[in-house]
Design a protein around this ligand. Structure first.
Ligand code: CA
Ligand code: ZN
Length: 300
């Protein structure tokens, strides 16, 4: 099954009309546009001329039969196939260094053989290995909420998290019947923080497998890889997100082991990494990452 890029939405909302309805588990190909709705694809394309109503398109949504509020939607990212070029930008007033930039700047950059071929204005060639990731991914929030695809939260959304790549499995809290899952905003590469407000924004074809875990809704999205368990929290400030992410990881470990709280805290302090996902979106996103191998059986 394939969902083409004509099926897009711009806010996570319970009233979105599903692009498809599937039985779980389902393996699906998604065709995604970049975060600019593919409007900055040639060197002469400029930000001043883009239609801002077409920013951050997410492909979908998928109605997953049997997914009910209280369940976790499990999404495994099997394969990301990147387009042959991507776009990075920066502009006045945006990002941590926005006041040091005049106007807007874009670089349309070729991507081949696993390498981003960035070239500076002065001609310096900077080859960067690709590290493909999904910027916007999530499910509809509870009825009555309408969260634009540029904003992250409990439902997922614009989390801009470098760990959301091939081989990762995400667990989202289902808040409405069918979950209404979708994603877009792929990056060929991005640094933690996304300080200049953009990764290497790129269209892509992505293969994912979706399933439902009954009654296992996490509070915020949880990410699992072969080696790590991570919780991804978005709040108004980085400080608030850090506190909440550590609390949720402590609770997750407590529910899955018979360790005393003090031991969990000490092991989290010794082994866990608090990492910044992004600090440029309407809410700031951090993750607490814990290596699974030290606690036998630790898994979502
Ligand atoms: Ca993004
Ligand atoms: Zn992006």
């Amino acid at each position: 099954m394939k969902i083409t890029k004509e099926n897009v939405f711009y806010s996570f909302c319970s009233t979105n009309k599903p692009a498809v309805s599937v039985d779980a588990p389902a393996t699906i190909d998604f065709e995604t546009m970049d975060c600019f709705g593919n409007q900055l694809r040639k060197p002469e394309d400029v930000m001043e001329e883009i239609d801002w109503d077409r920013i951050n398109p997410a492909t979908g949504p998928v109605f997953v039969k049997g997914a009910q509020p209280g369940d976790a939607l499990k999404v495994t990212i099997n394969k990301i196939a990147l387009n042959e070029k991507g776009t990075v930008c920066c502009l006045n007033g945006e990002g941590t260094l926005g006041e040091r930039i005049e106007g807007s700047h874009t670089r349309v950059t070729s991507v081949s053989d696993g390498v981003v071929h960035y070239v500076t204005a002065g001609g310096l060639k900077v080859d960067i290995p690709v590290k493909p990731m999904i910027g916007v991914i999530g499910v509809a929030p509870k009825e009555g909420l309408d969260i634009n695809t540029g904003t992250p939260g409990k439902h997922g959304g614009n989390m801009d998290t470098t760990m959301i790549g091939e081989g990762a499995t995400l667990y989202f809290p289902v808040a409405v019947e069918g979950a209404l899952f979708g994603f877009g905003d792929l990056h060929a590469v991005m640094g933690d923080g996304e300080i200049g407000v953009s990764g290497l924004e790129i269209p892509a074809d992505v293969n994912v497998t979706i399933d439902v875990c009954k009654g296992k809704a996490p509070e915020y999205p949880v990410l699992e890889t072969e080696d790590y368990l991570a919780v991804i929290v978005s709040k108004e400030t980085v400080d608030e997100a850090c506190k909440c992410a550590t609390e949720l990881m402590q609770e997750m470990i407590a529910e899955r082991t018979d360790l005393e709280t003090a031991d969990i805290v000490m092991l989290m302090s010794l082994l866990g990494d608090l990492q910044i996902c992004q600090i440029v979106d309407p809410e700031k996103t951090v993750r607490f990452v814990f290596p699974k191998k030290y606690i036998p059986g630790l898994t979502f």
